[in-house]
Every structure is written in C-alpha cells, then in structure tokens.
Design a protein around this ligand. Structure first.
Ligand code: NAD
Length: 302
C-alpha cells in the first residue's frame, strides 16, 4: 500500500479528548456543561442505533444529555411544541431531531422550528446562509462536511490553491463541503468543482483532483484510473453490499463499501480514507463539537 491511511477512528479519539478537556475546564470555571437533546419519533431501528450512539458519546464527554423518545403517532403540532420547549430550555445548547420522521410530519417545518442558535446539525436555512457567507458568520458547519474538512487538515494535506473535486451535490454533504473548501479559511482556499449525475465526463474532472471528495452513494463509482497519483481521496460513501457474520459477536453484520475502489485506489493516491473507519466516525464527533461550541457562543468564549 502506498497511500497514507487517514483513519477517522484515530482522529475522532483525538478530537473527543480535546472536547472532554474543554468541557471540564468550562465546568470548573462556569459551573455548566453543554446540553444536548435528541428527539426520536417512532422506532426505526437505524434511527434508534444512531441516537443511542450520539447519546452515549455525549454522556462519555460529561454533557447534560436527554434522549426524548416519542411515539410513532405523535402529531406534527405536538412535535413543534416539543421543539419550542427545548428552544426555551436554558440547559440545552443543541437540539437534534432524528430523521426520517414518520409520514404526516413535515421534516422541513420541524427542522426550521429549531432555534438556529441551537441547530447543531447545521441544517437550518439560517445556518446554511451563515456557512455560505463564511468567516465569523459560521456557527454550526454541518457535521459530516465538518468532519471531512477536519480530516483533511489533520492529515496535513495542503488545500490552498488545490483542485478539489466533489462528487455529489446533496444538501448534507456535497454542497456544504464544496462551499467550505472554497472559503477564505484554514483547510480551504481551494478551487472547487462539483460533479453530479448530469456531469458529462466524470472521469475527466476526477483525474484533475488534488483532493477528491466522493459522496454519491454508489459503490465503486470512482475507478482507480480516475485518481490522480499522489492525491488525497476522501470516500464518504457508505454502501451496504451484503452481510457477514461478525467474528467478535457472532451476529450478522452489514458488509460496507465506499464509493471508491479502495484496494486499487490506495496504490495510486497519496492519502485515502477507508470505509468503514474513515469519514463515518467523524460525524458524531463534530456534532459534539458543535454542541460544545454552542455553549461557548452563549458564554461569549467564541
Ligand atoms: P444523496 O443520495 O443525497 O446524494 C448523492 C449525490 O451523488 C447526488 O447529488 C447525485 O447527483 C450524486 N450521484 C449519484 N450517483 C452519481 C453518479 N453515478 N455520478 C455522479 N454523481 C452521482 O446522498 P448523500 O446523503 O449525500 O450521501 C452520499 C453517500 O455518503 C451515501 O453513501 C451515504 O450513506 C454517505 N454518507 C455518509 C456519512 C457518514 O459517513 N457519516 C454521512 C452522510 C452520508
């Protein structure tokens, strides 16, 4: 293997330690800890496991955490009232409504009801606007793109003047990471191209990339011959391609593959993220950082 492996698990552990140290310091000086509430409506198994992981991480960091589980038949009106309750709750700095919501509830309406200053997911239009403006305006960069940028910075990859190609234009990954990489900021200042399903020649653009960020959700979409030798490849894709029995637990687990042909790509790239263990672990980590920062904004520490 020639490429340096950018391990999300290692970077996560380092960042969580930094967050924990800051939480302890703020607790000592100000007698307060960051507060995070996760609202889960219904019993979608994937949502339950995401929420459990988020809450466990928050607890381990010493946050004040609430898991507010609501029944599947909760009305939109009641959910909006719940969001409003946490908007007004001084002990809460971050509000997270786990998606997808049951049929009959308008996701957009609910997400837009969250106080933008507690919107630690960074999906509220106010925070999307702040991200677009950049600089001091930015409060909560969305978690997966923030994790990607942090990995690039911590891997020591030069971004200034770099050709960054982003595959995918979703609101949660492609568009925000492209926007972040072009800002006049640390870990940015890049020349950015976004490619998508209507792009005429995907290979042509990928081949130019000093930093290739792939978030398409198509296993093996990026072929090894599309990778510029020595480039940095960030594979955001998480695709279930089958099942296997876990050696650890003896239980059935999903076989996960990224959007990049990792085995071949690692012989060409200069650095690359694996799947699993790459971008995946960064999302919850950045959610924790946004929640800590929310408290720091409130205390005038940022
Ligand atoms: P999405 O489906 O909303 O968007 C995918 C984008 O890729 C679209 O804009 C589409 O135009 C583009 N695309 C799809 N097929 C393409 C093709 N053949 N050629 C060119 N462009 C193509 O997906 P998303 O929410 O942005 O997620 C993308 C992937 O990242 C998924 O595999 C998802 O599971 C993964 N993901 C991982 C994390 C994490 O690790 N924490 C977080 C979010 C998303």
């Amino acid at each position: 293997m020639s490429a340096k492996l950018i391990k999300g698990t290692e970077i996560r552990d380092a960042i969580l330690k930094e967050i924990e140290a800051e939480v302890n310091e703020i607790k000592e000086k100000h007698g307060i800890v960051p507060g995070l509430v996760t609202i889960l409506v219904g019993e979608n198994p994937a949502s339950i496991s995401y929420v459990t992981a988020k809450i466990r991480t928050a607890k381990d960091l010493g946050f004040h955490e609430i898991q507010d589980s609501q029944p599947e038949d909760l009305t939109e009106e009641k959910l909006l009232a719940l969001v409003e309750k946490y908007n007004k709750d001084d002990s809460i700095n971050g509000i997270l409504v786990q998606l997808p919501l049951p049929k009959g509830i308008d996701d957009k309406k609910v997400l837009n009801a969250i106080d933008p200053d507690k919107d630690v997911d960074g999906f509220h239009p106010v925070n999307v606007g702040r991200l677009m403006i950049g600089g001091d305006e930015v409060k909560f960069p969305p978690c997966t793109p923030a994790g990607i940028q942090e990995m690039i910075i911590r891997a020591g990859v030069e971004t200034s003047g770099a050709e960054v190609v982003v595959v995918g234009r979703s609101n949660i990954v492609g568009k925000p990471i492209a926007n972040m990489m072009l800002q006049k900021a640390k870990g940015a200042n890049a020349t950015v191209t976004i490619v998508h399903t209507r792009t005429k020649d995907l290979a042509f653009h990928c081949k130019r990339a000093d930093i290739l960020i792939v978030a398409a959700g198509v296993p093996g979409l990026v072929k090894p011959e599309w990778i510029k030798p020595g480039s940095c490849v960030i594979d955001v894709g998480v695709n279930r391609v089958g099942e296997k029995i876990s050696e650890k637990t003896g239980k059935k687990i999903a076989i996960l593959k990224g959007d990049v042909d990792f085995d071949a790509a690692k012989e060409i790239a200069g650095s690359i993220t694996p799947v699993p263990g790459g971008v995946g672990p960064m999302t919850i980590t950045m959610l924790m950082r946004n929640t800590l920062n929310s408290l720091k904004f409130k205390l005038g520490l940022m």
